[in-house]
Design a protein around this ligand. Structure first.
Ligand SMILES: C[S@@+](CC[C@H](N)C(=O)[O-])C[C@H]1O[C@@H](n2cnc3c(N)ncnc32)[C@H](O)[C@@H]1O
Length: 225
């Protein structure tokens, strides 16, 4: 059986039995191959905007015998409909790219569609986009891999935009309940603290200094002081 990395395993664990899944920006194709071979999905498709990664997905999928995975060359979900997918994975891309893909796929504005999102950068901007556009984060898990720390979000459209604080846009709904979540929050704390330190003695930057100081104190409190 194909063994996934810790990050991809966590993402795969968000896919429910009997779902129709689409992996957007699949690249190597390991995730759709694993999901197909697990037998837990009704159907599995995968997209990529670039020919080279899609060819690499095709080759891996064939080698692994996951021949029921449908591959689509397209931008985001442009070649996929609601009939093809009730679960959409968008992982390993920047938060802005993920937001763009969600914006362009009208069928995701449906509370029966589950989204599994894993930004590599700009998680803050992604969380702000989700809040402004009425996508609720139902579950969030941090995962450390190869010296990096990521967040995996289980998201669903609610139609009701909501406000999020600056702290929430940095750490989402993570709480310091496991080592990886603690590491994620600590990273945001260190960044805010560094910004405050750099602004401390800068002329005319008192407001910015106070902002980062307050942010770092709030994050420190979440970590338990
Ligand atoms: C770093 S790989 C991530 C692969 C895999 N999803 C993962 O998490 O390991 C990013 C992939 O997304 C694809 N990609 C980037 N923008 C895309 C878009 N708008 N639509 C579909 N695929 C896209 C790239 O071609 C690349 O293969």
């Amino acid at each position: 059986m194909l063994e996934l990395s810790k990050r991809l395993s966590l993402i795969a664990s968000h896919v429910n039995e009997g779902s129709k899944v689409c992996d957007v920006g699949t690249d190597h194709g390991y995730l759709p191959a694993f999901l197909y071979l697990s037998g837990k999905c009704k159907s599995v498709c995968a997209t990529d905007i670039n020919e080279k990664p899609l060819a690499s997905a095709k080759s891996n999928i064939e080698r692994l015998g996951a021949d029921g995975v449908r591959l689509v060359l397209c931008d985001g979900l442009a070649g996929v409909t609601r009939d093809d997918a009730d679960t959409v994975i968008i992982a390993g891309m920047g938060g802005e790219v993920i937001s763009g893909i969600i914006s362009r796929a009208e069928f995701l504005r449906d509370n029966t569609v589950s989204l599994v999102l894993q930004p590599t950068t700009a998680a803050k901007e992604l969380r702000q986009f989700l809040a402004q556009n009425g996508f609720r984060v139902e579950r969030e898990t941090a995962i450390a891999e190869n010296g990096k720390i990521y967040s995996v979000m289980a998201v669903r459209f609610s139609g009701a935009p909501y406000d999020i604080s600056d702290v929430q846009s940095l750490i989402g709904i993570l709480t310091p309940t496991d080592d990886d979540a603690i590491a994620y929050i600590q990273k945001q704390y260190r960044i805010a603290q560094k910004c405050a330190d750099q602004l401390k003695c800068a002329a005319n930057k008192q407001d910015e200094y106070n902002y980062y100081l307050s942010l770092s104190e709030k994050l420190k409190n979440i970590l338990g002081g």
